[in-house]
Design a protein around this ligand. Structure first.
Ligand code: ADP
Length: 293
């Protein structure tokens, strides 16, 4: 079936969801996850490295299917939807995203494939996303037509693909083709651009589900807090699930905090409730505040 946008946000319900990576000899990665996220919520998902947060997001984004159990979207099984119609109304900002080796303008316009704009309108939309994403300085320096450091991108994508000889030859070849306009950028600039690209989509598509996984690891604390605020401000009309290690500035704002440990949900509730439980969440929160126990 087609996903309908008659409802603001998106109700998500997981019932007894278990997931095991086929490649993994280990035990299941997600164990018996049951969770209800009502429409319009801003949810903070926390837990130590390896607790299963990214895996859970990937199941919601339907990049993997549960090994057992069920996921419902607005009371209909996730698997019953036409995946394209769901994806149209979803914005993901995943951890491992890259800037594609094409111009920055093309990177931004790719985020909104359904939109047909005049040149002026496209420019306005790009400028807005770049401003909100905090990538203005980068664009002022290199321009929308820059292809960012393509040899580096290629080298990264060739990492682990056999010996360095293939990589070196490919990089020399690519360099020959991209002499005209290529620029190097820092990890922080790269991350800001990737965030701006997700805002391009968020602001110009009918997003009902926003999934954001550790978007700011290369930003300083002030830039990170400002960035969180930009996402938080736009939470209306959509269901947002946000993963970050440094969650102090969002903790009190979140409608719901979901805390995972070893593939299980161990606590859910609001910040104050979870702090008073003095359990896993309280421990993570204290560590980040630098308060010794
Ligand atoms: P988190 O996001 O909380 O750090 P992840 O969901 O990334 O946790 O990982 C949960 C567990 O699943 C970890 O033990 C990790 O090693 C394992 N895992 C993650 N991705 C894969 C994969 N593609 N294949 C096998 N195991 C994986």
């Amino acid at each position: 079936i087609e996903y309908s946008t008659s409802k603001a946000g998106m109700d998500l319900r997981l019932r007894g969801v278990t997931f095991r990576y086929q490649s993994s000899a280990a035990d299941v990665t997600l164990k018996n996850i049951s969770l209800m996220i009502p429409s319009n919520s801003f949810v903070l998902l926390v837990g130590e490295n390896g607790s299963g947060k990214t895996t859970l997001l990937k199941l919601l984004a339907r990049l993997h299917d549960p090994t057992s159990g069920e996921i419902f979207v607005n009371d209909t099984p996730l698997a019953a939807y036409n995946p394209v119609s769901l994806r149209k109304h979803t914005t993901f900002l995943m951890q491992s995203e890259e800037i594609f080796p094409m111009s920055l303008e093309e990177n931004l316009l790719m985020a909104t494939p359904d939109q047909i704009w005049s040149k002026e309108e496209a420019q306005e939309r790009m400028d807005e996303a770049i401003r909100i994403g905090g990538a203005r300085q980068l664009i002022d320096r290199v321009g929308y037509d820059a292809i960012l450091n393509p040899p580096t991108i290629l080298a990264q994508s060739l990492q682990g693909c056999g010996n360095g000889i293939i990589g070196d030859a490919a990089i020399r070849e690519l360099e020959r083709h991209t002499m005209q306009k290529s620029a190097a950028i820092s990890n922080g600039e790269k991350q800001r651009f990737i965030i701006a690209r997700s805002f391009m989509r968020l602001l110009n598509s009918n997003t009902r589900l926003l999934i954001v996984d550790e978007p700011t690891s290369c930003l300083d604390l002030v830039a990170e807090r400002d960035m969180f605020e930009q996402f938080y401000r736009r939470r209306k009309g959509k269901t947002t699930i946000f993963v970050t290690h440094r969650f102090a500035s969002l903790a009190r704002k979140a409608d719901m905090i979901v805390c995972m440990k070893n593939g299980e949900i161990v606590e859910t509730g609001r910040h104050e409730e979870l702090v008073s439980l003095a359990g896993e969440y309280a421990r993570l929160y204290e560590v980040q505040q630098g308060i010794p126990r």
